[in-house]
Design a protein around this ligand. Structure first.
Ligand code: ATP
Length: 137
């Protein structure tokens, strides 16, 4: 599909970067299909990151993702999944390319400012996790 899903993580929202990050997303040619500020419960975060539940950092990840509000969005553009992952940069901000969202706004591997879906299938699952059909335009 031509859609991806993103969350601005609690670190980015706490640090006041919501507007600047949405501006970069807009400038990169993504159209906002759905958008909201919300806070995930522990159960929400455990379900969203279920694929990582055997990883050593899982507890830390759930703790972090629930400590404050996130900004969730569905984005539309040709080649949305891959182009968005290029825009956000590597998982570890130390490895992220110059000008990427993580290079600019992430603090660490764990607190890395933004999530981007890694496949079309996950983009659809993750978008539908946060937004009902009549919230997607
Ligand atoms: P995301 O899924 O958030 O877009 P990603 O696909 O770049 O990130 P994954 O390997 O899927 O990275 O890891 C998911 C998230 O788990 C990372 O964004 C990061 O917040 C956290 N994470 C990954 N590896 C570590 C680690 N070694 N220590 C702490 N947190 C980690």
């Amino acid at each position: 599909t031509n859609r991806t899903f993103t969350m601005l993580k609690p670190d980015a929202v706490e640090n006041g970067h919501t507007g600047a990050i949405l501006d970069k997303i807009n400038a990169a040619g993504f159209r906002i299909v759905a958008l909201k500020k919300t806070q995930m419960t522990k159960a929400n975060a455990e379900a969203f990151y279920a694929v990582h539940n055997e990883r050593p950092f899982f507890g830390e990840l759930v703790e972090f993702m629930t400590r404050g509000p996130v900004v969730a969005a569905i984005l539309e553009k040709d080649n949305a999944v891959d182009d968005f992952r290029t825009l956000i940069g590597a998982t570890n901000p130390a490895d992220a390319a110059e000008g990427t969202i993580r290079k600019l706004y992430a603090t660490s591997m764990g607190e890395n400012a933004v999530h981007g879906s890694d496949s079309d299938e996950n983009a659809q699952i993750e978008g539908n996790f946060h937004f009902s059909g009549r919230e997607q335009f």
